[in-house]
Design a protein around this ligand. Sequence first.
Ligand code: B12
Length: 345
Amino acid sequence: MTNTITASAVSSVDESFLAAVGDGDEYAAVEIVHGLLDAGTPAQRVMVDLIGRTQLRVGELWAANEWSVAREHAATATSERALAAVAARTTVRPHRGRITVACVDGEWHALPVRILAEMLRMDGWRVDFLGASVPGPHLVTHLHQTGPDAVALSCMIATRLPRAHAAVTACRSAGVPVIAGGRGFGPGGRYAQHIGADAWAANAEEAVSRLARNWPPPSRDPQLTAFLGDEEYTYVVRSRPSLITTSMDRLASAYPAVRDYDERQREATAEDMGHVVDFLSASLYVSETQIFTDFVDWTAAVLLARKVPAVAFRAGLDLVRDQLTDFHTARAILDAGIARLSNPR
Ligand code: B12
């Protein structure tokens, strides 16, 4: 019963909260979360069902080209302010242990793991929240300085999996077990297993209960390797700059409309070519074609919302493929991506 009431209390303010963050109006956003807490809604529900769910919509509005990057950034900052306001009302004395919570190097989706950090605090953990993009060596120095019982490592974007692997290996070598989470670890967290994380959880609530009931995990044979890449992976990563430059140089013959692009459009196209190479590298790294095909599906939709047709994207993929003549796995992954453009789901 309580859950039904709180769920409907949260959904009744969904639209006004989205409007407040979309307007960068932190006073309105904070007022809404205070109203819910005053009415007895548990702080966890406000964080997950209101702030988390709204952030998903913020990202979707950006992807659909309805909101600019600036508006998305302002909205994210406002949501962070609302999250801090919820946290400020819920102080719990630490009684469980100490945990380091961080995003992997190059990962800027910080709000999801910040929700996790606040939920762990509320469950009695002493949390060191290191935020977005933490370089592996700095993470390890922090572990040596603070001696935590766990590291919670977030990876929302699969291109960061090689860095996540190096970080997991370094943490485990330092004797600290790692719980991984975030969409970058794939369906059911299966890439987290590939890279040797001790545990994985789908969301903050699952992580809180896993860490409360079953931590530390039984110690495993360390068999640590910080690198899974093969020759193809190494070649693609090393050739990243030339793969992008050559594709950009040849793009105008494959897709003549590019000749009329202004500077900003050319930069955005080069950035997209960079994502093509990065997602291809990540697919090669963990031997999972799905990383690339998911990326193609999503990028095609994002580009279409910006009036870039699928043929342009297809031309970009072909140009990268043409440069990888002797790399059979990379070509097979690119072919699977190209097939998605001809047969969208
Ligand atoms: C908002 C958003 C953005 C915002 C980020 C704002 C910010 N500062 O956080 C902006 C617009 C800037 C952005 C940028 C990009 N994004 Co983005 N983004 C999203 C979006 C729509 C929502 C993410 C979110 O905040 N969700 C709300 C949270 C609360 O939901 P949640 O995931 O359920 O959260 C729980 C779990 O993730 C878990 N969790 C998270 N971390 C951890 C850690 C541990 C240890 C545990 C146990 C659990 C855990 O707990 C959370 C709370 O319950 C997702 C799509 C999606 N469906 O997730 C794409 C998404 C993550 N983005 C994506 C991409 C590709 C990008 C860009 C490359 C786009 C581009 N072309 O530039 C850039 C890269 C930025 C970077 N280098 O990091 C892809 C990643 C694909 C992949 N898996 O590899 C996604 C999945 C979209 C898609 N469908 O393809 N993005």
